[in-house]
Design a protein around this ligand. Sequence first.
Ligand code: URA
Length: 239
Amino acid sequence: MERLQKVIALSGYCSRRKAEELIVQGKVKVNGELITHMGHKVSFNDNIEIEGNPITNREDKVYFLLNKPRGVVTTSSDDKGRKTVVDLIKTDKRIYPVGRLDYDTTGLLILTNDGELTNYLTHPKNDIEKVYVAKVKGFVTKNDLKKLCNGVVIDGKRTSKAKAKILKIDKKNNSTIVELIIHEGRNHQVKKMFEAIGYMVLKLKRESISFLTLDGIKSGEYRELSIKEVKKLYGEKNE
Ligand code: URA
């Protein structure tokens, strides 16, 4: 038996958080009975309906790796009518992004209908490595990098250990290109980390998540992940 919101998320219908909202809003029935409280447990054989739509026939899982361009929102739908990352992918499955890249951030984003993988990749305890390259205004010193690596306080909480190195100092344009490797996924984390040491991020790109890179994928393009890659993301040996 599993919690109702977990089973809904695992079905790929929506995220666990969204499932909780739907339950509280009185939109979910289990075996014909309206369930509005959290913590209700179901088996995978129970008949679950959301707003009248049964989710017992679970969708096949799909996984996409997108090279997100600038000027696209990382949600499934945008109330201001802006283009979303989901609009960039041709699929009849109901997919959603794993984590978030800002409107002006580019780079690697995973989209899937697999709630379990989403939970795995976004849970801090799983220590998933993310590599960012930031163009920062001004000249970043080695001492500044040390502060980033040791952790800085953002939103009242210290960031965990990170790795950072200077890739290029652009004297003419008064900027520094820095590679930053982190294992968390807090809101606007990279920008806030630089802000905490007195710098403004001018451009930001996510180059990789775990072993996945943008190799061969141009901006705005995407590819499907193989099952081998998905298993490897979970840390399983894939031979
Ligand atoms: N950190 C940020 O500040 N923005 C992003 O889009 C991703 C990480």
